[in-house]
Design a protein around this ligand. Structure first.
Ligand code: ISE
Length: 340
């Protein structure tokens, strides 16, 4: 059995604890750690954890912890990932790895110095069946050479009152930055960003247009105040056809001359299966040391952060910004496969 520690008992930490407890045979929920001992105890009690802690670094070093899931606040992700590498513990770090490209580079440097893979990033969209089928269609040549990919990412409302348009790019859009790179198998070279004007003081959507190094165009709309539901869409357009996400609704209700389907309130319902698949791949990684075929790693975390930084700069400057990245280290080459 792999003994897992969950660092952070907030929304994501509790969801990971639930998955470990209910959907991850072969793993035990060894420790729930949070700076609030009360919050950690509540989640531990709810999902049957062996113990509770409030000191993240000490938890990572514990002899009864084999691997770690980091779901604490964003600014702690990179330092706690470094602590996992130093302790020789494999880690699933929730996105983002860091908001700073320099911090991402430090993590990659530490991992390479350790001489083995330790870090898996929590860009779980790669495990969602719709993106799996898009990637497979591209690899199998079904739609011809890819030309464009269109993406919508809509939340009911912003998660915090101090949310900004730039945060839509740095907090929400990294999911698209990563999954589009994964599906297309290419890197971004430029980004422009625009916002429409709302009639109220809520954060307006952000629309980005990105160019890839292989001559493709990618559009990404992030709307954190869509109101009607959690709604993510994507369409991959090739020279010989296109493949689009078919809205995942398990039922349709027909009544009073109308038909309706429902939306999830947030990502935890819509992407539950993707999180379970991702976390099972992490468990196998923790057990075997073999990095999963389609998982995201520290390099992918760095790429998403660099694109996010360029996107925020484009929104602020009101003009196209280049996406400039370091050369990909040999250490991170390979494993750009297709899910089974
Ligand atoms: C949020 O930032 C996340 O990371 C969630 O995974 C995503 O589904 C949500 O839409 C984002 O706003």
């Amino acid at each position: 059995m792999i003994r897992l520690a969950i660092i952070g008992a907030g929304l994501m930490g509790e969801d990971h604890a639930k998955i470990v407890a209910e959907d991850l045979p072969g793993a035990t929920l060894q420790v729930v750690c949070d700076m609030s001992g009360e919050r950690a105890a509540m989640v531990a009690e709810r999902y049957g954890a062996e113990s509770v802690a409030t000191d993240a670094e000490a938890t990572i070093r514990r002899d009864d912890v084999d691997a770690v899931v980091i779901a604490s606040p964003d600014f702690t992700h990179a330092p706690l990932t470094m602590a996992c590498i130093a302790a020789g513990k494999r880690v699933l770090c929730e996105k983002p790895l860091s908001q700073s490209p320099a911090e991402c580079e430090a993590v990659m440097k530490a991992e390479q110095a350790a001489g083995a893979r330790f870090v898996m990033l929590g860009f779980m969209r790669r495990y969602d069946q719709s993106y799996v089928e898009m990637r497979r269609a591209l690899v199998e040549g079904k739609i011809g050479r890819p030309l464009m990919m269109h993406n919508f990412h809509r939340n009911v409302e912003t998660p915090a009152t101090d949310f900004t348009g730039a945060m839509a790019i740095t907090n929400s859009a990294p999911h698209e930055f990563d999954v589009v790179r994964h599906v297309l198998g290419t890197e971004f070279i430029s980004v422009t960003a625009h916002q429409p004007r709302r009639s109220d003081d809520r954060v307006a959507p952000v629309v980005m247009v990105l160019e890839t190094g292989d001559g493709q165009l990618v559009t990404i709309e992030i709307n954190n105040n869509a109101d009607y539901g959690y709604d993510v869409r994507a369409e991959l357009v090739g020279e010989a056809g296109s493949i689009a996400m078919n809205n995942v609704a398990y039922t349709r209700t027909d009544m009073k001359l109308a038909a309706s389907t429902s939306y999830d309130a947030d990502w935890r319902g819509r992407y539950h299966e993707a999180y379970v698949r991702q976390n099972r791949d992490f468990l196998r990684f923790a057990e075997t040391g073999h990095f999963p075929e389609i998982a995201s790693d520290s390099w992918d975390g760095y790429c998403a952060t660099v694109v996010a930084e360029a996107g925020a700069a484009a929104l602020s400057a009101g003009r196209k910004q280049p996406v400039t990245m370091m050369d990909k280290p040999e250490f991170y080459q390979g494993h750009k496969g297709v899910a089974a």
